[in-house]
Design a protein around this ligand. Sequence first.
Ligand SMILES: [Mg+2]
Length: 298
Amino acid sequence: MRVSQIGEFGLIDRLRKFQNLTSRIVKGIGDDAAVLKHNAQRYQLVTTDMLVEGGHFLRSMPAEKIGRKALACSISDIAAMGGLPTAAVVSLGIPEDLDIAFVERMYAGMLRVARIFGVSLVGGDTVRSKKITINVALLGEVEKTRLVCRDGAKVGDVIFVSGPLGGSLKSGRHLTFTPRVKEARFLVEHFKPTAMMDISDGLVGDLGHILKASGVGAALERGKIPVNRGVTFRQALTEGEDFELLFTLAKPVARKLIARFPRKFHAIGQILSRSSGLRLMNNDGKTGLLNLKAFAHF
Ligand SMILES: [Mg+2]
């Protein structure tokens, strides 16, 4: 069997058996970052992201932005756990003929975003490769009481996103997005989300991860999902790299958030029991099953 037959998530599922968890590990594979015991008050978070030329960026794109994105993706994952990023190691695969200025510009882009979010760049590795490859491994910290994982969504919770969705690749936003650290910290400090993640693979797919981890179903309300300008509803549901936060709040808390920030955070649906699956309520109030594959045929 080849990787293409089981896909990225099929492969991750198979690799799960190679995890060697110990009592030091609070959470391994299956969330935005792994969670390790650290000290009496805090957990350590660790996440990694790899960008490969051709798949995630092109050499013709500005090198600063490629570097920026490589680190910002990981910062977004730390934010999605409720944490603050601390230090990163950066590994590069570089073709021999690549201009050194390109590499330095990539690092300048990384350093700029690192400074904004309080990340120290502390090392890494470089190897020769055919395609430019950037891997960032990022550490973060979160207070034990403020950790948010994907597995805490409860029936009746309200589902939120932190901003409009879709069109990230076409618009170039995938290179320039702001990781939602400030928003995530605000939420974990004042509103205690029951589950949270960042939208990297598309709303429907990513919500699917929360539903699976939490053992629940959900209904999204078509008219409430914020869509970027020039983007179809289907694109908003399925396109990735928005890097907005997707989170759930208990209903009373959700009401408070909506009252205080009616425009910043968007309530887009509700958590249902697992047997409901993932549903979409259309503007006429009718609800149907929302299957990503089925949906893709429209
Ligand atoms: Mg993520």
